[in-house]
Design a protein around this ligand. Structure first.
Ligand code: HEC
Length: 255
């Protein structure tokens, strides 16, 4: 028993140490901080921003990064109609099969398909990117310390390197990437997309929109989770009241 308690305590201590270590690594540079609409207690995703972010992903990032946990049909969560989702998925081509003759064939995408990977495999991805691997972006917002603020900072963090900084060939300076040398060239530039809703496509705007979209991709059920949390707390409050009243009644005659 004692041994068990001891190992439990060690595990707890270790996790505290590693957690604070991870934070320390992430906090070595102060990230730019944005007041995201969806991060508060009652927060919901800014649908218009997320729709614009999808446009940026499709037109700028999808050439190198997959989003292979996100099915087209889930885009209705962001306010797209089923017809819009059908049309959007049909713009992609998927290899399916084998058919009755044993051949693979190509077909247009369907709402149940997921965003396809831009490269056939990791080696092909690395070969096209100077040896570096562009990670799938489905969970990227959750996968780095700093979350939304990290992604946003990374997108706007391409600045001139300090005078004494030695940049390796083929690398780019980014103020927020660990070690400051990143193989990804600055993906966003002024007016890289022309927004369907007429919003001016500044780098800052695109970085914010993209972050909202990828935050949604990483946690599409965030709003349900928050609502459920509130209902549970309300339930517990009411039950506390009822039990308190019951306790007073039961013990009323005991002096
Ligand atoms: C030309 C290809 C290319 C394009 C376009 C591109 N990326 Fe990348 N991206 C890469 C490569 C390569 C890496 C790996 C960089 C490294 O490890 O040094 C990367 C890494 C990343 C990372 C991970 C950084 C980290 O902390 O590890 C994120 C996030 C990212 N890209 C987001 C985006 C977004 C968002 C877009 C669109 C606005 C985009 N990328 C467009 C090639 C690309």
């Amino acid at each position: 028993m004692l041994k068990f308690v001891k190992s439990l305590a060690t595990a707890a201590l270790l996790s505290v140490v590693t957690l604070s270590g991870a934070n320390a690594a992430g906090a070595s540079v102060d990230l730019k901080s944005v007041d995201w609409q969806h991060t508060g207690l009652f927060g919901t995703y800014d649908r218009a921003a997320a729709q614009r972010g999808l446009q940026v992903y499709r037109e700028v990032c999808a050439g190198c990064h997959g989003l292979n946990l996100v099915a087209f049909r889930t885009l209705t969560d962001l306010g797209f109609t089923e017809d819009e989702v059908k049309a959007l998925s049909a713009e992609y081509t998927f290899v399916d099969g084998p058919n009755d003759d044993g051949d693979m064939y190509e077909r247009p995408g369907k709402p149940f398909d997921k965003f396809p990977d831009p490269f056939p495999n990791e080696k092909a991805a690395r070969a096209s990117n100077g040896g570096a691997y562009p990670p799938d972006l489905s969970l990227i917002v959750k996968a780095r310390p700093g979350f939304e603020n990290y992604l946003y900072s990374l997108m706007v963090g391409y600045v001139d390197p300090p005078a004494n900084f030695e940049l390796n060939p083929g690398m780019n300076y980014n103020a927020y990437f660990a070690g400051h040398q990143i193989a990804m060239p600055a993906p966003l530039s002024e007016d890289a997309v022309e927004y369907a809703d007429g919003t001016p496509a500044t780098v800052d705007q695109m970085a914010k929109d993209l972050t909202v979209f990828l935050a949604w991709a990483a946690e599409p059920k965030l709003e349900d989770r928050k609502h459920m949390g509130l209902r549970v707390i309300l339930f517990l409050l009411i039950m506390t009241g009822i039990f308190f009243a019951a306790k007073r009644k039961i013990w009323a005659d005991v002096h």
